[in-house]
Design a protein. Structure first.
Length: 338
């Protein structure tokens, strides 16, 4: 049985670098360990949070209970129908290591998701996405342990209710299941997605005319490294807010006033770039105490060192209010607050 540690600092377990303590902390490295732990009623009632890489969480207070850190490893490839491959990864595998594994094997599908921090088990939580690809595009199924009964359940694509940074695990089933593995369906000859202008420009800069998955991965890594703050250097959790999708009527109104406003058609309206809206309100590069909006991407709130979770929440509220006052658009938080 894994060792439970008491009064444990979470500072190195969240990319904002917030220094809070959990009453208890334990790392699990196998499904059996997890089942064993959850068979104890005291553990079940004390469990407050499952943590992967901590790259999408903001702690605003100490955790008064148990934190389980997900460490289940292993990547396995099996044959899928029609020349495809199922790739199954343990929930504790670092996401980018899975991307590298697939790219090195010539398996196409997740190269656009290169360098997203965090672990595999969190990827379905918000249906991670970047540069025109979302997890759901390659997702086949996941296995998850029901916390109350200790039973393993398999969820297929149509049961996960994936949406833009959304899933059933963030909504109706929040706090009920612990994801233990994720299975993707990839293939060697799937088409690459280079629809995002930034990827095409980067490939051109690299002199690549006929890209393969490894080239797209390299392009995405280069773009990300050039504009996103590295959490190891500057605490952050990536985009603090989602990109808002607004009704077409509001979009037309805003476009008349701001003809240069970036916009992208979405299934239920028009997607606006939250970073642009925030920048227009003067927040880009602005520092408030120990926090601020990043100088290259205003959507990323950073911890310059020593910030509390509450300071970051306060800044986020002020940003939300400015955007609402100026554009009539309500920003929704992407980061999970604890
Ligand atoms: P954590 O932060 O540890 O957890 C996130 C949530 O998932 C929590 O609610 C947690 O309780 C829950 N959870 C974690 N593991 C499990 C599990 N096994 N079972 C059940 N619940 C679980 N996101 C994107 O979508 N696209 C991006 O391009 C992107 N870029 C980023 C860039 C930077 C620099 C940073 C810091 C973050 C970025 N993110 C991005 C956000 C984040 O990396 C992803 O959401 C990632 O999937 C979070 O993984 P994690 O392991 O760190 O999750
Ligand atoms: P960007 O290129 O400055 O673009 C701003 C926003 O416009 C993006 O967020 C993207 O929305 C949207 N966009 C741009 N080109 C698009 C196109 N061709 N079609 C549809 N939508 C388009 O964005 P960025 O900040 O550098 O991020 C690049 C990518 O990485 C984005 O996909 C972004 O979501 C992802 N990312 C996510 C996080 C996170 O924490 N969630 C952090 C960093 C980067 P979408 O976000 O819907 O793609």
């Amino acid at each position: 049985m894994p060792q439970i540690q008491r009064s444990y600092s979470l500072k190195t377990h969240n990319t904002f670098g917030i220094d809070v303590k959990a009453d208890a902390f334990v790392e699990v490295t196998s499904v059996d360990d997890l089942k064993g732990l959850l068979s104890l009623p005291a553990v079940r009632s004390d469990l407050k949070l499952v943590l992967g890489g901590g790259s999408n969480v903001l702690f605003t207070r100490p955790v008064d209970g148990l934190v389980i850190s997900m460490g289940i490893q292993g990547i396995e490839v099996t044959e899928a129908p029609n020349n495809g491959h199922f790739v199954t990864a343990g929930a504790g595998v670092v996401w980018h290591q899975l991307v590298e594994f697939c790219v090195n094997k010539g398996l196409v599908g997740i190269e656009n998701l290169s360098l997203i921090p965090g672990r595999v088990g969190a990827a379905p939580m918000q249906n991670i996405g970047a540069y025109g690809v979302e997890l759901k595009d390659v997702f086949h199924h996941l296995d998850a342990l029901h916390i109350e009964s200790g039973e393993l359940r398999r969820f297929y694509l149509d049961e996960c209710q994936f949406g833009y940074r959304e899933s059933v695990f963030k909504r109706q089933l929040s706090g009920r299941y612990i994801i233990t593995s994720v299975t993707l369906r990839l293939s060697e000859n799937a088409p690459l997605n280079t629809s995002y202008g930034a990827i095409r420009e980067q490939l051109a800069t690299m002199g690549v005319e006929n890209p393969i998955a490894a080239d797209v991965s390299r392009a995405v890594i280069a773009i990300r490294q050039s504009k996103l703050p590295d959490p190891a250097m500057l605490g952050n959790a990536g985009s603090f807010f989602k990109n808002p999708v607004v009704p077409l009527a509001l979009f037309e109104q805003l476009k008349a006033e701001y003809p240069n406003m970036p916009h992208y058609p979405a299934p239920d309206g028009m997607k606006l770039a939250a970073g642009w809206l925030i920048e227009q309100c003067g927040w880009k590069g602005k520092r408030v105490g120990n926090t601020g909006c990043h100088e290259q991407q205003a959507l990323v709130i950073v911890n310059y060192g020593g910030a509390t979770g509450q300071e970051i929440v306060d800044l986020a509220m002020n940003v939300t209010m400015s955007v609402n006052q100026r554009f009539g658009v309500e920003l929704e938080r992407e980061v999970n607050l604890f």
